[in-house]
Write a protein that binds this ligand. Structure first.
Ligand code: TXA
Ligand code: MG
Length: 313
């Protein structure tokens, strides 16, 4: 299959309207979208990514008015979270609308819904005119793509279209919040922080992962992994600087000669750079990536979650 790479959101939306999967930019990472009402279209996403079919997809809409076509009800606290952080990197898990394909939700009665805060994504979604189910546009298991080139690297020849945009501003996926109980529960840390959510709904808490029954099916899969081995270090002394190794963190590694090195100004920049750095290291044949540990507050919580998942061996 030839993969069309285009800047035209109209062309991309037309292809989606014909039940083809289309990759598109968002502020978190690039997504691979299909009409969430059409099982035939959604099926193609799982095939292109090599994704297990028991891991549900997030449904994207362009504006608040489109949300009722995805869900069937919303508690008051969820409305307040949506008012505060949408459009933005926040996904709310709510009871599903029966029109949404069961393939999207992997048979669950709930669905994740999100409004991306991205100019091209919004135009594309409005032109599609239907809710768009979209996981990250990478091959299952590899780091999420934060550039259209990363999408091409993983999915060229496997999907008919990539809608081009700028590199993703956040660089990590959205925060997934379960809104089906008495108070919000974070299933996946992401672009909106625990502190920010608590500023609106103070009872928001983190999900304690259970080993057997993952509340968010995605929790049980290994994710975000580069080919290289990832090690978490708290200081320079724990690294072995050499050409086949790389370093990413906040503090400079004076005198050390790594094959690749990225010193970020703060946690936000670290989050934005991480997945791209993983991919650059793989392209360069780096064998070991040292990631500096950061404090798990603010965006640091999501950042350490992704680094830890990449480091699982
Ligand atoms: O930022 C993002 O969220 C990106 C962009 C493209 O929007 N999307 C993304 O999708 O990261 P994906 O498929 O890679 O991750 C979706 C996560 C998974 O952990 C999945 O298990 C969880 O959301 N999820 C989706 N629907 C759910 C549901 N009904 N109940 C619980 N968890 C759900
Ligand atoms: Mg993903």
């Amino acid at each position: 299959m030839r993969t069309l790479i285009t800047s035209s959101y109209r062309t991309a939306a037309e292809l989606l309207g014909k039940n083809h999967p289309v990759a598109f930019p968002t502020e978190t990472v690039y997504g691979l979208g299909a009409n969430a009402f059409e099982s035939d279209a959604v099926k193609k996403i799982f095939t292109a990514k090599g994704r297990p079919s028991d891991n549900p997809l997030i449904v994207h809409v362009g504006s608040r008015e489109d949300v009722p076509s995805v869900i069937s009800s919303m508690p008051v606290y969820a409305e307040r979270l949506f008012d505060a952080f949408s459009p933005g990197p926040l996904t709310l898990v709510l009871p599903k609308n029966k029109r949404i394909s069961p393939l999207v939700t992997a048979g669950l009665k709930t669905v994740g819904v999100r409004i991306p805060d991205h100019r091209v994504a919004q135009k594309f979604l409005k032109a599609c005119g239907v809710p768009v189910a979209a996981p990250s546009a990478n091959l299952s298991g590899s780091p999420s793509p934060t550039t259209w080139q990363a999408v091409r690297q993983d999915l060229n020849g496997r999907i008919p279209c990539i809608l081009k945009g700028d590199p993703s501003r956040v660089g990590l996926e959205s925060t997934v919040v379960d809104c089906t109980g008495a108070s919000p529960v974070i299933l996946r840390a992401g672009g909106i922080t625990l502190e920010e959510l608590r500023g609106i709904v103070p009872s928001t808490r983190l999900h304690k992962q259970q080993t057997n029954v993952p509340k968010s099916p995605g929790m049980k899969y290994r994710h975000y992994s580069p080919l290289a081995y990832v090690f978490i270090v708290s200081s320079m002394e724990e690294t072995v600087p050499m050409k086949s190794a790389a370093y990413i963190g906040l503090h400079t590694t004076r005198g050390a000669s790594f094959g690749a090195k990225r010193i970020c100004r703060n946690e936000k920049e670290y989050a934005r750079a991480l997945f791209r750095f993983f991919r650059e290291c793989d392209a360069q044949g780096i064998q070991t990536i040292y990631c500096e540990q950061v404090s798990e507050s603010g965006i640091g919580l999501a950042l350490m979650d992704r680094i830890r998942k990449a480091a699982w061996q």
